[in-house]
Ligand binder design. Sequence first.
Ligand SMILES: [Mg+2]
Length: 183
Amino acid sequence: MPHWHDKNPTEEQLALLRSIRALAFDVDGVLTDGGIIYGTSGMEIKRFDCKDGLGLRLWLKAGFDLAIITGRESVAVSERAKDLNLKYVYQKCGDKAEVLKRFSLESGVPLKEICVVGDDIIDIPMMRSAGLAVAVGDASIECKEAAQLVTLKAGGRGAAREVIEYILKGRFLWDKVIADYYA
Ligand SMILES: [Mg+2]
């Protein structure tokens, strides 16, 4: 199983990392721990991670694009997206690979420069069409096998932050985007 913390990345892996200009995240199990709490009147409650949230903000601050692509539809996701000022939010997606193509067209970022982060079998088609496929640490076996990289952290527990830090550090941009906090 590939894991980016196992060894130093090769030149080829670093080149791939540095070519990434957009991220596409699945929601349930990637930006959340996968738990879905059903409230009254069809309300869904999800738990997002604040360190992931800051990671997403830093990614946008670095000037890159970001999409969330989910098979479900909920007010919780719309609210979280609004909170983070996300421009590309795709909910109720049947064919995620098709939606990834749409994101590529709308953002102008070629598929090979997009990194997709998933946690389960439903994400495999979009992971296959992206330049870099990442599975969260607690993803399904199939999803991990389809990924080039697997995070140490679990979905909704810092996996998104880990991916963002890894790419921004690989591009030597991390220190730059966090510099304001030290000013
Ligand atoms: Mg999922």
